[in-house]
Design a protein around this ligand. Structure first.
Ligand SMILES: Cc1cc2nc3c(=O)[nH]c(=O)nc-3n(C[C@H](O)[C@H](O)[C@H](O)COP(=O)(O)OP(=O)(O)OC[C@H]3O[C@@H](n4cnc5c(N)ncnc54)[C@H](O)[C@@H]3O)c2cc1C
Length: 323
């Protein structure tokens, strides 16, 4: 049996930031992740200045691709609305591996299937044993499924369906563009250039609302690609988008049960307006770590429910260091 005081399931932004805090406080911690890093994570890779503040780095400290936008271009049913704001893009493949290495705890590649309680602690797949268990395994996190479905129900109306693709592309247009509600999409589509010749395009919308309209996210993907090829850059690219689902912030804030905690997408913490999940994952991971370190209850009341107010007033709301 491999034992640790804390076992974190999932080495994405939530798990890595939780592990980093615990390690700084000399708490014996390990991470289990089914994937070998660097691993692909479907995500547009847009991050806010607050994310860098939470990570205690400036853009110049980040060792991989990071593109700075001085504004975002919003489109509402064809009307272009530029918003002055400083935002960034990264590639998740690089960002998540960087965070995980930085955390500095042992990482085991293991797909977690069974979690059993053992006194106040837990046994995982009859192989790993811990006193504290942190669920950071994203939407399908086994900690959520085993221990939290009754006290932290997820609202099907807040389930987001997505389709996206990230690919090498020599873009000439460096703007980050977001199209809201085109053709009744209950969500938005994005064009997110990355530094040094990568591009991420994608689309996300509320699954239940799409179903009500007799549509799928793929219906809107096809419209989006047609629109881009008519009005945007001519892309000689054979698209094969992939999809993933995740939850926007719900009503329940019950994210601790005894010595078990859920963070990030496992707790469904993406912001209600933009579906921003990286910042909430990092923040909640750190908060869970603080609860374990101090023995105080774990609360996510300080994790933002919304992105847009902070995005448009980044200095005022985040007090961030900007490079
Ligand atoms: C298409 C798309 C675009 C997005 N764009 C943005 C964006 O631009 N900006 C933003 O802020 N947010 C975005 N999000 C949301 C963001 O990606 C997530 O909220 C964020 O990744 C959550 O981080 P996490 O650490 O909670 O989970 P994840 O990053 O999903 O990490 C979970 C980890 O757990 C591991 N795992 C899962 N199950 C198991 C298991 N059984 N055993 C062991 N390991 C397991 C996985 O391998 C994974 O490494 C987007 C999401 C999607 C789907």
């Amino acid at each position: 049996m491999i034992t640790a005081t804390v076992i974190i399931i999932g080495g994405g932004p939530a798990g890595a930031s939780c592990a980093g805090e615990l390690r700084k406080n000399s708490i014996d911690t390990l991470i289990l992740d089914k994937a070998l890093f660097p691993r692909q994570k479907l995500c547009a890779g847009w991050i806010t200045p607050t994310v860098l503040t939470e990570l205690e780095i400036t853009p110049g400290d980040y060792p991989h691709r990071l593109l700075t936008y001085q504004r975002l271009l919003f489109y509402f049913r064809g009307i272009r609305v530029p918003a002055r704001t400083r935002q960034y893009s990264i590639r998740r493949l690089e960002f998540d591996e960087y965070l995980l290495k930085r955390a500095g705890v042992p990482v085991y590649q293991h797909h977690v299937s069974h979690i059993n309680k053992s006194g106040k602690g837990f046994i995982i797949d009859n192989k790993y044993k811990c006193t504290y268990l942190v669920g950071a395994g994203g939407t399908h996190c086994p900690v959520y499924k085993t221990l939290f479905t009754d006290i932290h129900p997820r609202d099907p109306k807040r389930l987001i369906a997505t389709a996206e693709e990230e690919f090498p592309f020599n873009w000439a247009d460096p703007e980050c563009r977001l199209w809201f509600f085109d053709r009744g999409l209950p969500g938005y589509a994005w064009y997110v250039p990355k530094q040094n010749g990568y591009l991420n395009i994608g689309i996300g919308g509320k699954q239940a609302a799409l179903k009500k309209r007799g549509e799928t996210i793929n219906t809107h993907w096809r419209h989006f690609i047609t629109m881009l090829s008519k009005t945007g850059p001519a892309m000689k690219h054979q698209f094969s988008p992939r999809g993933h689902v995740y939850y926007l912030r719900g009503k329940s804030d019950r994210v601790q049960r005894g010595n078990a905690f859920i963070t990030g997408d496992a707790a469904g913490l993406a912001t209600r307006d933009m579906g921003e999940g990286i910042g909430p994952a990092i923040k909640s991971g750190k908060l869970a770590a603080r609860a374990i370190i101090t023995g105080m209850p774990y609360s996510i009341s300080s994790v933002n429910h919304w992105s847009i107010p902070g995005m448009l007033l980044p200095d005022a709301l985040s007090g961030c260091r900007q490079g």
